[in-house]
Design a protein around this ligand. Structure first.
Ligand SMILES: NC(=O)c1ccc[n+]([C@@H]2O[C@H](COP(=O)([O-])OP(=O)(O)OC[C@H]3O[C@@H](n4cnc5c(N)ncnc54)[C@H](O)[C@@H]3O)[C@@H](O)[C@H]2O)c1
Ligand SMILES: CC(=O)N[C@@H]1[C@@H](OP(=O)(O)OP(=O)(O)OC[C@H]2O[C@@H](n3ccc(=O)[nH]c3=O)[C@H](O)[C@@H]2O)O[C@H](CO)[C@@H](O)[C@@H]1O
Length: 456
């Protein structure tokens, strides 16, 4: 049997030609397991299934697994995902299971994209990832490769994950480990994964980098850049997030001086960004999600050297909810309506519009502070599937105008809020945390974060 006819199930250390390996991957000879079928993992598994035709998705949630095996998507507001899952499940290219060990035993490319978050002291919590790689390690065969897509602190692959694999894998020198950061945004995941941006890969050894580059060369239509090693690739992802967090912090600092300047800072930023050497982001009521507010701590926890800009940016962004409450109090004190006993609607509690994710949302601080100040808080969020973590009375968008509101705070500008009938509500104070509302002439007193015009 020629080498090309040999089953080419495993790529790491393979002697086959690159073309033979690419063909083996795309014609389904190389079984793939994707661990973590959430907002990022499920679109990734769907793209892997469309390219390779041989993917087992693994999740700890029975309902996630069951929904996928029914050909449906448990992840909402992701264009094209449900169709991609239905097509791949019905063709047999994709199936899902909760059985990590069975999936690990049957796969030779293992893609890990489970949550990597922070504990209560802002220390990276990699426990899910390390436990998973320990469970997988016992079932790795020579020629397998582990690909980490979850964002991790620099050095995690080489100093944390590889030592675990060395202890659990029967023949550690025969398996690979690479970091391939997930550069994807909810709401456009499939297009991002397929090729909106170049893919970055970096292995703990050259062979791991080679295999990752070959595989992602089939996954993405864009370029694949090989970093010198896994640590560099880990830094790439963390640096992207830190850039965004510090840039937003600059915008927020400029927004907080807007009243003294007497200008609309977002408008000034937009004009400043008309030349290519300036890309100041948008000011707002805060920075949420499990990416941008988290990644700076992945760096800070990994270094002894002080990084004052990174740390200060976090402090500035985390101060924005309180800044918004102060704007509200100033405007309401002016109207003789102290917040105590006031009816206040919080518009949007998820971290970003039309994404059902509340992790690190600025709404937690806004709702907590309003309750502590004695306000009656109404929660208006048609996207959030579980409002129970927030202290307040849920209200549908359509019923908002029936409330006798004294104020409203817009935290997240869901598309459904276009339906709010501001003209049918008595004058109130509105804090617009996202420069999203156009209420001039409405009779409402509006404070837009960043707009210093007419504010003493
Ligand atoms: N959401 C984003 O915008 C984004 C962007 C880039 C990178 N990332 C990275 O991707 C990772 C995953 O993000 P997400 O948004 O998909 O998270 P998510 O919370 O939407 O989904 C995580 C999924 O993993 C499952 N899970 C948890 N523990 C597991 C285990 N031990 N084995 C198998 N499955 C398990 C959960 O049931 C859930 O379905 C994050 O850690 C983040 O670093 C996220
Ligand atoms: C692959 C990956 O990790 N992708 C991440 C994903 O990030 P995300 O899903 O967390 O979304 P973001 O847009 O970063 O928002 C986070 C919070 O910051 C607030 N914000 C935002 C912009 C601004 O100008 N001012 C703000 O105040 C916003 O309201 C929200 O609360 O996509 C980004 C773009 O591709 C990536 O950079 C980022 O790495």
């Amino acid at each position: 049997m020629s080498r090309s006819e040999q089953s080419l199930e495993r790529l790491y250390g393979s002697g086959a030609t690159p073309d033979e390996q690419r063909r083996a991957f795309t014609d389904g000879q190389v079984p793939v397991a994707v661990y973590g079928l959430g907002k990022m993992g499920l679109p990734l598994a769907a793209v892997y299934a469309s390219v390779s035709g041989n993917v087992t998705g693994v999740d700890i949630s029975e309902s996630v697994v069951g929904t996928i095996n029914d050909g449906r998507s448990p992840v909402e507001n992701e264009p094209g995902l449900e169709a991609e899952i239905e097509r791949n499940v019905s063709s047999g290219a994709l199936s899902a299971t909760t059985d990590v060990e069975e999936a690990a035993a049957g796969a030779s490319i293992h893609v890990l994209i489970v949550p990597t978050l922070l504990d209560d002291q802002d220390v990276p919590d990699l426990s899910t990832l390390t436990a998973l790689i320990r469970d997988i390690g016992m079932h790795l065969d020579p020629g397998d490769i582990v690909v980490v897509e979850s964002t991790v602190p620099p050095g995690t692959c080489a100093e944390t994950l590889w030592p675990i694999l060395r202890r659990t894998v029967p023949d550690p020198e025969s398996v690979g480990l690479a970091f391939c950061p997930e550069r994807t945004m909810s709401g456009r995941a499939l297009q991002d994964i397929r090729g909106a941006y170049p893919k970055i890969v970096g292995g703990i050894d050259d062979e791991s980098t080679r295999v990752a580059k070959l595989v992602y060369g089939e996954i993405t239509t864009n370029d694949v850049h090989a970093a010198p090693d896994a640590r560099t690739a880990e830094c790439v992802k963390v640096f992207e997030g830190i850039y965004r967090d510090t840039n937003i912090a600059l915008a927020n600092e400029l927004a907080m001086v807007a009243p003294e300047l007497g200008v609309d800072v977002p408008e000034a930023i937009e004009l400043a960004n008309t030349q290519p050497f300036c890309d100041i982001h948008r000011p707002g009521i805060g920075v949420g999600g499990h990416c941008i507010p988290v990644y700076p701590y992945f760096l800070l926890d990994s270094i002894e050297t002080s990084a004052p800009i990174v740390r200060m940016a976090r402090q500035i962004n985390d101060s924005m909810p309180l800044y918004a409450i102060e704007q509200l109090r100033e405007a309401m004190d002016g109207s003789d309506h102290p917040l105590f006993g006031a009816n206040v609607a919080v518009l949007g509690v998820t971290y970003r519009p039309d994404v059902d994710e509340i992790r690190y949302s600025p709404a937690f601080s806004v709702v907590r502070d309003l309750n502590q100040l004695g306000a009656n808080v109404y929660l208006v969020d048609p996207v959030c599937s579980d409002l129970s973590p927030f202290e307040g009375t849920p209200v549908a968008v359509e019923r908002l105008h029936r409330l006798d509101l004294d104020a409203a705070v817009l935290v997240t500008d869901h598309s459904a809020f276009d339906r709010i009938r501001w003209d049918r509500m008595d004058p109130m104070v509105v804090v617009d945390g996202r420069q999203a509302l156009t209420l001039s002439g409405s009779g409402h007193t509006v404070r837009t974060i960043g707009d210093g015009r007419g504010v003493e």
